[in-house]
Design a protein around this ligand. Structure first.
Ligand code: F0G
Length: 456
């Protein structure tokens, strides 16, 4: 899908961005300790750090915000959101949360006991963190092909259902308080999951009485991949496909900062009355009253409209085509990528681009620094710094050394991605000159946000 579909919108409000010069970029990098998380956003030209909460809202969302009802309890805004939630997801109950990880925290708090196991195709790192924080054991059972960067299959996010069955038998269903699936699989490259696989996983969980929760962050992109790729779905709307997905589950967590098309928000949904009572109690303690859950009334209205925006077929066609177009240009510039391209992001193979650097010389970190240095582009290292383990001064390396370019929704245009590809072409031409890095400071937890670096 390399053809660029024109944006199905025109621009009414603009946010100026500027490319500061190379000397200023060097200075900014130095001040940030060569960690792009330390940069000021005003010094970034094209910000592809995340697609989470960084998109543009529509005029319908902005005008809905003016109708926000800020009542503490029973706000109109909540009931407008409830109607949309029932229409799309169809769960019996839901509570708003301030973002995805808050929903994960509450789910883990009410369901998980220390020593218990939670399977998924692949947990995102906050989900994993919330399970670990309660003494649980998160387990990834995605199909093996997900770990082969160059293998192209339609649904690389699918769960290995044989492995799931064997694993449930081994651990014992009583030790598995709930099971999950992440759609699309962010940690595995934004890869979609097929409906056939979701159906099979749902049947397995149900046969063992294990409640099934979907991590729904990018469910609309996943639904559109199903429409494009799965036999029998070409004539269905994304909404119909979404309904079919969620009918297979007992509940969901969602960071609405992705396919909810909002800058902040999330939810936890469940069909279970008893569980909902406990969720509500926990929510009141941590987030707020159940009809606002840590959000303003206007945020609930933006989400009610955003969920509908995110399922529009012309938007989704453009969204996936934009990612595919950008990947195609970047591939043509000579950059090795994780294949196939996912929905929300492009994953650059830093080790493949910089073979003269050893793993100790942190090629992922070096590439994220080079992207900023060469073109003011901000991306995230997803290699040794994000996922490696440092044991007695020795690195244990993760399988891949990646840098993620995540694409904010409705924010950048074709020319921005042409520019990104040109900068990557310049880096490729200079690849032999890109210097390795070493870490000079690291905090104990969540290293990649605040670690500091120097050139070796
Ligand atoms: N689940 C998935 C699959 C995610 O990608 C994220 C966030 C979360 C849960 C947590 O949601 O941030 O609202 O608390 N992903 C962002 C990213 C941060 O950049 O990929 P949150």
């Amino acid at each position: 899908m390399p053809k660029y579909l024109p944006e199905p919108f025109r621009i009414k409000v603009v946010e100026p961005i500027q490319l500061i010069n190379q000397a200023e970029r060097e200075k900014a990098l130095k001040a940030a300790g060569y960690n792009v998380f330390g940069l000021r956003a005003q010094d970034v030209y094209i910000d592809l750090m995340t697609d989470s909460g960084t998109g543009a809202m529509s005029q319908a969302q902005w005008s809905a915000m003016m109708s926000g009802d800020e009542s503490y309890a029973g706000a109109r805004s909540f009931y407008r959101l409830k109607e949309v939630m029932e229409d799309i997801f169809g769960f019996k109950h839901f509570v708003p949360t301030h973002q995805g990880r808050a929903a994960e925290n509450i789910l883990a708090a009410v369901l998980l006991k220390a020593g218990q196991f939670v399977p998924s195709n692949m947990h995102f790192d906050t989900t994993e963190g919330n399970i670990l924080a309660r003494g649980g054991v998160p387990t990834n059972l995605v199909k093996q092909v997900a770990y082969e960067p160059q293998t192209v299959v339609d649904f690389k996010g699918d769960m290995d259902t044989d492995a799931l069955k064997a694993w449930i038998e081994e651990k014992g269903p009583a030790n598995i308080p709930f099971g999950m699936m992440t759609i699309t699989n962010n940690a595995g490259g934004g890869q979609p999951v097929s409906l056939a696989n979701l159906r099979a996983v749902s049947e397995i969980y149900r046969s063992y009485n294990i409640p099934f929760f979907i991590d729904a962050c990018r469910y609309a992109e996943n639904a559109y991949f199903i429409k494009l790729r799965e036999p029998g779905y070409a004539d269905k709307t994304p909404l119909e496909i979404a309904r079919e997905i969620f009918a297979l589950a007992d509940g969901a967590t969602m960071s609405a900062k992705k396919d909810g098309m909002v800058n902040i928000g999330g939810f936890l949904a469940t069909n279970d009355d008893k569980l909902f009572e406990r969720v509500r109690a926990e929510l009141i303690l941590r987030e707020g009253f159940p009809t606002y859950g840590g959000l303003a009334g206007r945020d609930l209205d933006a989400l009610a409209v955003g969920l509908r925006d995110g399922l529009q077929e012309d938007y989704l066609a453009y969204r996936l085509a934009q990612t595919a177009y950008a990947a195609d240009r970047i591939r043509q510039a000579g950059m090795p990528l994780i294949e196939p391209t996912g929905g929300h992001a492009i994953y650059l193979d830093a080790a493949g681009l910089l073979p003269h650097l050893s793993r100790e010389q942190l090629p992922g970190q070096a590439l994220s620094v080079a992207l900023y240095q060469y073109g003011g582009i901000r991306a995230v290292e997803m290699g040794t710094i994000a996922f490696g383990q440092l044991v007695d001064g020795q690195w244990k390396f993760p399988p891949l050394e990646l840098v993620r370019l995540a694409i904010p929704r409705r924010t950048y245009t074709q020319s921005h991605f042409d520019y990104v590809a040109e900068v990557i072409g310049e880096i490729k031409a200079d690849a032999g000159k890109i210097r390795g890095m070493k870490m000079t400071y690291a905090p104990e937890l969540l290293r990649h946000f605040t670690a500091q670096f120097e050139y070796v």
